[in-house]
Ligand binder design. Structure first.
Ligand SMILES: *Cc1c(COP(=O)(O)O)cnc(C)c1O
Length: 409
């Protein structure tokens, strides 16, 4: 089908109707949000225990337990739980050595938290392009860009145009699909950059058998209400480096020196500790993650089948060699058919199915417009043709695709 087909509003409307009826065939008639949490395990029980014992806040056993269970699940040697994913990124960047005045390579296509965290360090985000297939930072584009603007001086990478040091890169695993970590690690190595992974969206996603967030010097997770599992609000720093983990714990807990009663602090710290009541929720949620992941995979299969005959678009699948958590199901329109997006968004939302475009690219936000950037042809093209559709765990039960007997009732 060529692009002229959609010069007609009539045909755009017809195709949007096909999309909505495909969604309806999979998840039924009831309205559906984009990603709603599900509390069907020990949530009440553990949260009640916090209330009954009064340990709702910064002391309690659930924080330690949640940290060690996230470590066991991801394979990271150390985990530090914090108030949210943005705070986790802030601390990870600081501890990786990002200094005021530095530049940090971040995807133009990401949620705003990635670039904000760089700014909190007094550094400047430097936006780079993404890959068409996994929507993650593109190692080929980043290498080309660094060859053109970067310069290694005694093992330190500088931006020849701005004169600033480029100290790190922060790839992000978009909608739960792992970025090309081998390619990115190799660029980071060749240009002497620290690599910190924003794995906020990819709990449960693996790249060649290893959990996302465990490849860089540090990785970060989010447990916000719309993520794969939630603690209400929450985040975590993952690292295999014992000293970095100790530092992360210390500065996220006001840099207080351990003592039975005295308040002594040995540097400026942050009050970023995850409260016990949130960790209690997290422990209960993590117990159900296998069921959640199976449900999301089933939902993907059903959508993929339902969309297979609709022209001009495809459902984003997991990259080769990877296992995605399918956090948000994503329709990608063909480049020539981007003009369909608004009609689909309108028709789906009117029908009660939440559908959203991807984030505005970071360099188009007012406060980031002066930041340095590479050419962004793919990010700019993809921005206009990605649509997220209802992706909640609970939808797998609602649509009768419970092939795996998921007990989602
Ligand atoms: C959710 C998210 C974060 C962190 O969000 P918080 O709401 O602070 O937990 C960071 N980066 C990306 C890409 C995200 O999607």
């Amino acid at each position: 089908m060529n692009s002229n087909y959609f010069n007609s509003n009539l045909n755009r409307a017809e195709t949007a109707k096909l999309v909505v009826s495909a969604i309806q065939r999979v998840i039924g008639d009831l309205p559906a949000g984009l990603h709603e949490p599900r509390f069907a395990g020990n949530e009440w029980h553990y949260v009640k225990e916090c209330l009954d014992t009064t340990f709702v806040s910064s002391v309690g056993k659930f924080v330690d337990r949640f940290e060690s269970e996230v470590a066991a699940y991801t394979g990271a040697r150390h985990v530090v739980a914090v108030v949210n994913g943005t705070a986790a990124l802030h601390i990870a960047l600081r501890l990786a050595g990002v200094q005021p005045g530095d530049e940090v390579l971040t995807p133009a296509l990401s949620f705003v938290a990635t670039a904000n965290a760089v700014s909190y360090c007094g550094a400047t985000p430097h936006f780079v392009d993404c890959d068409e297939s996994n929507l993650g930072m593109c190692p080929v584009a980043v290498r080309d860009h660094l060859r053109s603007i970067g310069e290694l001086r005694q093992g330190v990478c500088f931006n020849r145009i701005t004169g600033r040091r480029i100290s790190a890169m922060v790839p992000m695993h978009t909608f739960g699909h792992p970025a090309d970590m081998n390619g990115l690690l190799s660029v980071a190595h060749d240009f002497s950059l620290q690599l910190i992974e924003d794995a906020a969206e990819s709990l449960g996603s693996k790249y060649h058998g290893c959990h996302t967030g465990t490849f860089g010097v540090m990785g970060t997770l989010s447990f916000n209400g719309n993520k794969t599992i939630t603690t209400g609000g929450g985040g975590a720093i993952l690292t295999n480096d014992e000293e970095l983990a100790r530092r992360a714990k210390h500065i996220t807990t006001t840099a207080k020196l351990p003592h039975r009663w005295a308040y002594e602090h040995d540097e400026i710290g942050y009050n970023y500790r995850m409260p016990n009541i949130n960790a209690a929720l997290g422990c209960a949620q993590l117990e159900q993650i296998q069921v959640f992941l199976q449900a999301k995979r089933s939902l993907f299969s059903s959508y993929a089948e339902a969309f297979s005959n609709i022209p001009c678009m495809s459902l984003l699948n997991e990259p080769d060699g990877c296992s995605s958590n399918f956090w948000l199901q994503t329709l990608r329109l063909e480049e020539a058919d981007a003009s369909l997006r608004e009609t689909i968004l309108m028709t789906a939302n009117d029908a009660g199915y939440s559908a959203r475009p991807v984030w505005s690219l970071m360099h188009n936000l007012k406060h980031f417009e002066d930041c340095p950037r590479s050419p962004l042809p793919l990010a700019e093209s993809l921005e206009c043709r990605l649509i997220n559709i209802p992706s909640s765990v609970t939808l797998a039960a609602r649509c009768g695709i419970d092939h795996n007997h998921l007990d989602l009732g």
